[in-house]
Write a protein that binds this ligand. Structure first.
Ligand code: CTP
Length: 400
């Protein structure tokens, strides 16, 4: 595929070298189009050597080849990383003062922006409006990651890891539909931990891989994603807002608050049904010699609560429009799944068999997706991304 990598003047330009390598090493032809000031951070020889093509910022070089229109017209993907507040503004307003902005105006292929800037600039009303305009026009603007910025600052504004940006670009190039553009989705992932004392907990084996695959694929399909992650040790998926939680009660609060204005909620987290009745403030000692029984109390059933709220009606009760759950079963998989779908009042239930070597912690998954209208879709064993896309196909169809 022909990729144009736009680089604007942010310190994160050095990370774009890694992104460029990921593209070239997987066989894509990349033309790098830096802005003039981007070359203050990473120089022209680096881009030329890594891409194997000459690099210019200017519309006045090689005029006979009409580069200001050719690059955009011929591209299968344009990705701008890092995208500064300035380049977002110029793109949103259709300015065309240099080769990069000309290319953005002539490109008819998917365009991905990976912004990086200080938090104040990212949160400024002007930038918010420019991002909204670009998204409305169909561009993908990946939310920046939260973390250490240049200097001593921390906050939203970091360029996501090059691998994450690359992953999104691949999915966009694979022609995934942009059917979640303008939609807000909430995904829970991982497994809750219910504290017994400051050092011990009751937990489960969920790795969070399926929930993270749901987040990544939803971003690639254009959604605004909130990912509520319970004890997941994976890197944040680019473009998702990640809220970290530990227990079922924390997960419930985070999911319900994000669900209030969401179009869809997908509960992929393995939530503990019970928690210890008492959380000891100090470490439990084995002084008596005999183990003490652990008394358990019920945790809230978050999926059922989402369904009940919607059924009960009242202000805001139309949201989320689509509620999906996962059911991990070891026996009577389909019969248990159907009963669970009805009991929880959700629209979709992804039923999969778990146990030794199945689902938990593995990159693959197979499942049957049951729908409240009685239909069902079989998803054969494959990458968790494929199952995620199958879920979004059904969610998008219900939102349309
Ligand atoms: N779930 C939830 N809150 C809970 C338990 C589960 O929201 N307290 C959600 C899970 O995120 C999942 C779905 O409900 O999407 C089904 O989870 P599962 O553990 O299979 O179902 P349980 O309700 O625990 O039913 P059972 O223990 O009878 O299998």
């Amino acid at each position: 595929m022909r990729v144009v990598l736009g680089v604007s003047a942010g310190i994160a330009a050095y990370k774009a070298c890694e992104l460029l390598r990921l593209f070239t090493e997987s066989g894509h032809e990349v033309r790098v189009v830096p802005t003039r000031d981007a070359l203050r951070f990473v120089g022209e020889p680096t881009w030329a050597a890594l891409s194997g093509h000459p690099v210019t910022t200017d519309v006045w070089d090689d005029v006979h080849e009409v580069p200001h229109v050719r690059l955009g017209q011929r591209a299968d993907l344009v990705v701008v990383a890092p995208a500064t507040a300035d380049v977002l503004a110029r793109a949103a307003h259709g300015l065309a003062g240099d080769l990069l902005t000309n290319t953005l105006l002539t490109a008819r292929c998917p365009v991905v922006f990976a912004p990086a800037m200080h938090t104040e600039m990212w949160e400024h009303a002007a930038t918010r409006a420019n991002v909204a305009t670009l998204r409305e026009r169909g561009s993908i603007v990946i939310d920046p990651a939260v973390g250490r910025l240049t200097g001593a600052d921390t906050g939203p504004g970091r360029l996501p890891d090059p691998e994450e940006i690359f992953e999104i670009c691949l999915r966009v190039m694979a022609g995934r539909p942009r059917d979640l553009a303008g939609r807000k989705v909430v995904i829970s992932a991982g497994g809750t931990r219910e504290a017994l004392d400051p050092v011990r907990y009751l937990g489960n084996r969920s790795s969070g891989l399926q929930g993270y695959a749901l987040a990544r694929t939803a971003v690639a399909r254009g959604a605004e994603v909130t990912l509520v992650a319970a004890n997941v040790s994976l890197g944040d998926p680019a473009g998702a807002k990640v809220v970290r939680v530990e227990s079922a009660v924390e997960l419930r609060d985070a999911v319900l608050s994000a669900a209030a204005d969401a179009d869809a909620v997908v509960m992929a987290a393995a939530v503990a049904d019970f928690r210890p009745a008492v959380r000891h403030d100090s470490k439990i000692k084995k002084t008596s010699g005999e183990p003490e029984p652990i008394e358990l109390v019920k945790n809230p059933d978050i999926l059922a609560e989402l369904g009940e709220r919607r059924r009960a009606g009242g202000p805001g009760s139309a949201r989320p429009s689509v509620i999906a759950g996962f059911a991990a079963e070891t026996d009577d998989v389909l019969a248990n799944g159907k009963a669970k779908l009805a009991r929880k009042g959700c629209d979709l239930l992804v039923v999969n068999q778990v146990g030794e070597g199945l689902a938990f912690g593995t990159p693959d998954n197979a499942a049957t997706i049951l729908a409240a209208d009685g239909s069902q879709v079989e998803v054969p064993r494959g990458p968790k991304e494929d199952l995620a896309d199958a879920v979004w196909d059904l969610v998008a169809a219900r939102l349309a």
